[in-house]
Design a protein around this ligand. Sequence first.
Ligand code: ADP
Length: 602
Amino acid sequence: TERKKAEQRFRALLETAPDAMVIIDQTGQIRLVNAQTERIFGCRREELIGQPVEVLIPERLRSQHVGHRSGFFQAPKVREMGAGLELSGRRSDGSEFPIEISLSPLETEQGTWVTAAIRDITQAKRERDAAVRLAAIVESSNDSILGKDTQGRITAWNKAAEASYGYTGEEIIGQDVRVLFPPEKQHEEEQLLARVRQGEQVQHFETQRLAKDGRRIDMSLTISPIRDAQGHVVGASTIGRDIGERKRAEQRFRALLETAPDAMVIIDREGHIALVNAQTERLFGYPRERLIGQPVEMLMPASLRQRHASHRQGYFHDPRVRPMGVGLELMGLRSDGSEFAIEISLSPMESGGGEYATAAVRDISERKAVENRLAQYAEELSRSNQELRQFAYVASHDLRAPLRGVVGFAQLLKKRYGGQLDGEADEYLDYLVDSSMHMQALIDGLLAFSKVGQDSGFAQVDCERLLKQVETQLRAAIEERGALVSHDPLPVVRGSEMELNQLLQNLIGNGLKFQPGTQAKVHISARHTAEGWCFSVRDQGIGIAPEHRERIFEIFQRLHSSEEYEGTGIGLALCQKIVRHHGGRIWVESEPGQGSTFFFTL
Ligand code: ADP
């Protein structure tokens, strides 16, 4: 009875043990197991009793185990099995799992047996591995990580913390975290700890800390409570990121923003203003505090807001540098309610993981006003030009007929009555004829001048053929003077044949006219230049003094009296107008007494 009772107590004890308990005899046969054994090995005790203990071991380890077992029985004592070894158990379905075993000898009437307490350490092993990995991550983090207790004493310190602050773990662990605080930030610790004790996490808290050498470090801190298994806050971890570089970059960026000539407005994806520069404050008339965080649409007239909001969303779908609203009239709205014309260029910007758009806003009301004024001037100018041309044309055209009458009758008078009146009357008649003919020439010239630019029918003009025509027209003058007109090969050009004819006629005619004596020579040539064809008309005449080389192209400007050389002073003005109509320019190179060369480009 006594023994039975003892046995029952023993079995009860066995069943309450938290581990699987397996009792084996000297031959390695399983004699007794508890319920834990059934549970962790996945089989019933009837299947185990009487079996060799090796059924609980993976096959690959069995033969080795038999040796170990007999070793144990030679010197049986309480001990950990295979300390430092990875031990494995085998479930009845063949799967393996990590175990930990402790052995103790058990004296029985049938000799020394052994009790093996077996623990499934799958979970513990997983946790241990995870902890090791976590520790490695903490160590290799670029962010400084420190642990502290609820009193603010430092309990953990990683490599990055050592690098940032300059303290080694040995130096700092156990000290009050406030050694890292600059004097004016000492109060922060109270507030931070209070929040952490409430279980709150403090994120991205930007502040300054002090390194061992007294250097200040700009930090962004994230402080999280550490809890024990019961969920009580027992301390806090502080992850610190050195944001000095970011701060400096930010400062540089802001400085850059302020130097921009335009108003710069940075908005986030939702269209809220994130940052502006001083020019924005000036342009729109708001202090920046009233802009930051507000929808950017506040800066535009109400009529444009809705359309802008959808444009804005469209922009973030395809963000790239571009001018905004090409061809649209964009308007800005000042704080005083006044509107003004603006021009905007947009560029996308990424910062801190967020997407932004930078708008450079320029007030173009001034430019618009100037543009409008210019357009107005241009219109007025073209109208008055039109009127002038019309006037010159009508005047010269309408004056021609009566003048022809005057000239005709003056000539008739001279022919019929010349020599019949007295000498004085003959002289008057001569004046009358000369003056009326001069006037006719003037009016013809004016008429021609007023017509230049009206011929827009440009065509291919063969200049050699044109020159022949001109020579024919000038034949009388050429023959009378015994002159020689020569030329190099001349190109085919695009232009108004009628005008180019007038141009050559005038230049060659002048060349002949301003070359006294016989055997006048005029030479025409052309060469291709960057400006197009450049023609030259060279004579060996009287030349032109430098101070007159510009003036001669003005209308009615002559260097000589009609007695010396007849003319109207219209010829070169006409030439200039024709050349300009052809997109070119005209000038003269000359040496007084050595001849002149007129150049023009087409
Ligand atoms: P016009 O020949 O009727 O006087 P132009 O306008 O053709 O008027 O010429 C203006 C002036 O330029 C001339 O009066 C003359 O003094 C000067 N000029 C023009 N061509 C020559 C030339 N080939 N040689 C010297 N002087 C010239």
